[in-house]
Design a protein around this ligand. Sequence first.
Ligand code: AMP
Length: 174
Amino acid sequence: MDLSKVIRDIPDFPVKGIQFKDITPVLQNIDAFKHSLDELENIILDVDFDVIVAIESRGFLFGAPLADRLDKPLSVLRKPGKLPAAVVQKTYKLEYGEATLEIHNDALKPGDKCLLVDDLLATGGTVAASAALCEELGGVVTGCLFLVELCDLPGSEALSNYPIFSLVKYGKDI
Ligand code: AMP
């Protein structure tokens, strides 16, 4: 199945000039969603990790079912003010604007090998900040997993210290 035919392009969302990759049609299509989870599982077969760390909010859609399928605990990175217990937080730049993420102080144990999961890699700012938060808690990031990678943006450079895995790649040379 070609997931790039299921993912929908929305031009100029949320701001002019951004080609938004809408993954909701994947979720609405039973076969496409199952296929995407099967393939996400396949591309990380050789990754050694103890915990899935999923990024709010679309990272939850893939991180949670993968944690269940792979029998791994799930920790979450959330937008500010959502997590009730003590947190560490980081603010970072986006393709459009700025954002902050938080994680509970006890979401990881020192030495935990972390697989970060998000729907899409654009500039890499979100996952670089997420990796820094995991490391602040003593975690070790052993992989970053995405449904979609926008290869014309410098995401892989921003994450050059980490192994990156993505299913659907978009770019001029692809
Ligand atoms: P970045 O930090 O630039 O890698 O941006 C990644 C985050 O922003 C992910 O959580 C995506 O959901 C979202 N995002 C950034 N650019 C796009 C895009 N063109 N289409 C859909 N989501 C995007």
